[in-house]
Write a protein that binds this ligand. Structure first.
Ligand code: NI
Length: 643
């Protein structure tokens, strides 16, 4: 199609408050009308993704002011032919501005649709081979069996090329077996073509007994009576919270940021700045967690189990509606999120984003041994968060902003372990969590995209290691400590691993602004230094999740480079995203740069993680380093009592 052919007469879309605000229901509707008028929604066309196409940074920051027109991007798929299209529409022009048909052999597939869950279940329940495999395991009533459609990965198997696939495992869920994750039917996987709607291969490898023990964690017979010893703990702010929310603009104690939300990335934070002496000083232009991959580590029957929860399932689409007093405690401000269903119809997730203030213990404290003066100040943080349920897991995404300029990202992992049968005894890749029930080892590797803007666009990254020096003439007693600072000058030099033994951090410095001692102002990224992707470097998952093979990547800003595993992740053969972004090895010293940070736990499940997992945490910290000229919190008053 040519641009002229795509152009259709259409009234401009509704005006919006700010170019970075999330797309509204009215905008999604307007975009859908443009797509329909362009003939792109004829037939059983579904929306696999639909969201705001953000304007490029230079447009937003242009002295002439941000562009007035808004754009939306959609991944469309014809559910009968599988043909998929990546489309951008301009609401202002009422026109399709670009449309590209995907080649499934090189692009992979668009994300999983809502309907794919039902389609997969329907297909396997109707398949005689699958029914027979279930019957041999004593499961004759297929309505008791829940199909779990899992993304297929890309293994180059003959017969799979170009097909839109899921691999389906089964769990029993009925009156007797109230918690499906406790009752996996192991040894059988149906490979389902979602377009042809049939099983193309049934893998039936072994028969093991169905684990029987109930995992129904709210059943009094499982949990026992509720404890009665916890007394009320109330959080009150009688004068209200200290932040203000004006549309999507959030301000608190000098911090300022815009809150965004996207079906794929979930929460996005924009134009984060902090006040200093009456100035708003930029720190991060845009922060989000645009990808996470969960590779499982059992090499046998389920070797293909690897989920890209953002690129394949769209984390934001699965955001929870949060409840005051349960999910969030205190004086809460909520924002709704608008996502869309398979037909592109808007759906509001009520109270999807939670904003509140928390006491965070001691900010600083000193008892002076000479003067006897004793002073304490309380730390406080602003919390912006959302929770999403993707299959068995529930993930909380929390961003914290502190009075002293610190930013933290914390992911809370909870929910149900993904389960399989367990053969008993010691198994190298799985933990037995109930009789005959195993939880395979896996990793959760998140990628944070941090479009840094430390006091302006011109930034650079120094790797900072700490070291002791060997004894010598300048260090006669061997006690010398130094920082070893290495400027990362190009994209290839900036693919880095964390190193806890060297206390390695990465300092994002301004190449234009200095503090009162003439040193560049900076923010430092403190990684947790947990393992990166452990799968073999030559494995299919290593090719597809290339980003997860390093803790740090730095790229020169490019508005098209948004997703660390590439735009299309589902069944992608690999090589897209960060390894591709850095292939030009651009100069990153004194440039507009983006940091990409991989973090997250390697999870060998514990018995205590079953039947529902207490929250596990991971994340990273960004701290001002010579950004301020001294502790910026001396003006925090003492608590109202007497300290
Ligand atoms: Ni886990």
């Amino acid at each position: 199609m040519t641009d002229a052919a795509l152009r259709v007469a259409q009234a401009p879309g509704p005006a919006s408050a700010h170019p970075l605000d999330p797309a509204s229901a009215a905008e999604f509707e307007a975009g859908r009308r443009i797509l329909a008028a362009a003939g792109l929604l004829a037939g059983p066309v579904r929306f696999a993704y639909y969201g705001l196409e953000e304007p490029a940074k230079e447009e937003v920051l242009s002295p002439a002011g941000p562009p007035a027109g808004r754009r939306l991007r959609a991944f469309l798929i014809d559910a009968s032919s599988g043909e998929s299209t990546d489309v951008v529409v301009s609401l202002a022009q009422g026109a399709v501005v670009s449309a590209r048909t995907l080649d499934p052999r090189t692009d992979g597939q668009v994300p999983i649709l809502d309907q794919d869950f039902a389609v997969a279940e329907e297909v396997v329940r109707a398949d005689p081979g699958w029914r027979e495999a279930m019957a041999r395991r004593g499961l004759t009533d297929v309505t008791r069996i829940r199909a779990c459609p899992l993304t297929a990965g890309s293994f180059g198997f003959p017969g799979e090329e170009g097909r839109r696939l899921v691999r389906v495992l089964a769990f029993v869920h009925d009156d007797e077996h109230g918690y499906a994750w406790a009752h996996p039917v192991d040894g059988v996987a149906a490979y389902v073509d979602l377009i042809e709607r049939r099983v193309i291969e049934l893998v039936d490898e072994f028969e093991v007994p169905l684990p029987q023990e109930s995992g129904d964690y709210d059943d009094p017979e499982v949990r026992g009576p509720h404890r009665t010893t916890l007394r009320p703990l109330e959080i009150t702010q009688p004068e209200g919270p200290s932040f203000t929310l004006d549309g999507h603009l959030l301000r608190w104690e000098g911090w300022s940021m815009r809150i965004g939300f996207d079906a794929r990335e979930g929460l996005t934070l924009h134009q984060i700045s902090i006040g200093d002496g009456g100035r708003d000083r930029p720190v991060v232009y845009r922060a989000s967690i645009p990808e996470m991959v969960v590779p499982y580590g059992d090499p046998r029957f389920r070797y293909w189990q690897t989920y890209f929860d953002s690129g394949e399932y769209l984390v934001g689409k699965w955001a929870n509606s949060l409840e005051l007093g349960c999910d969030c405690l205190g004086e809460i401000a909520y924002l709704d999120a608008t996502v869309t269903g398979d037909s592109g119809e808007p759906r509001t997730i009520h109270n999807a984003i939670c904003i509140h203030e928390e006491d965070s213990g001691i900010l600083w404290k000193h008892t002076d041994i000479f003067s006897g003066s004793a002073q304490s100040r309380r730390q406080r943080r602003l919390v912006v968060s959302f929770f999403a349920t993707i299959g068995n897991y529930d993930y909380g995404f929390y961003w914290y902003f502190y009075l002293d300029g610190t930013i933290e990202c914390e992911i809370k992992l909870t929910g149900a372990l993904f389960t399989a049968a367990h053969p008993g005894g010691n198994h190298p890749h799985s933990t037995e969590v109930a009789p005959g029930l195993g939880a395979p080892a896996h990793q959760h590797l998140f990628s944070a995209r941090l479009d840094m803007d430390v006091d302006g666009l011109a930034n650079a990254v120094d790797e900072v290691d700490v070291a002791g020096l060997p004894a010598g003439p300048a260090n006669p007693y061997g006690n010398a400590l130094v920082q070893q600072v290495t400027r990362l000058r190009t994209e290839s030099q900036a693919t880095r691993r964390a190193d806890g033994s060297r206390g390695r951090t990465w300092r994002v410095v301004s190449t234009e602004r200095a503090n009162r001692f003439g040193h560049p102002v900076s923010y430092t990224l403190y990684p947790e230094a947990a393992p990166v992707l452990l799968a073999d470097a030559g494995s299919p998952v290593a090719a597809r999740a290339g980003f997860a093979r390093q803790h740090l990547w730095v790229t020169r800003y490019d508005p098209a480079q948004r997703y660390p595993a590439g735009d299309f992740v589902n069944q992608h053969p690999g090589g897209a995203g960060l390894p591709d972004f850095i292939s030009g090895d651009r100069d990153i010293d004194g440039a507009d740069i983006v940091l990409w940070h991989t973090f997250g736990p390697t999870h060998f499940p514990r018995l205590e993680d079953w039947p529902v997992m207490p929250v596990a945490r991971c994340g990273f910290t960004l701290k001002p380093t010579g950004f301020f000229d001294r502790n910026p919190t001396l003006d925090v008053p003492p608590p109202p009592h007497h300290c």
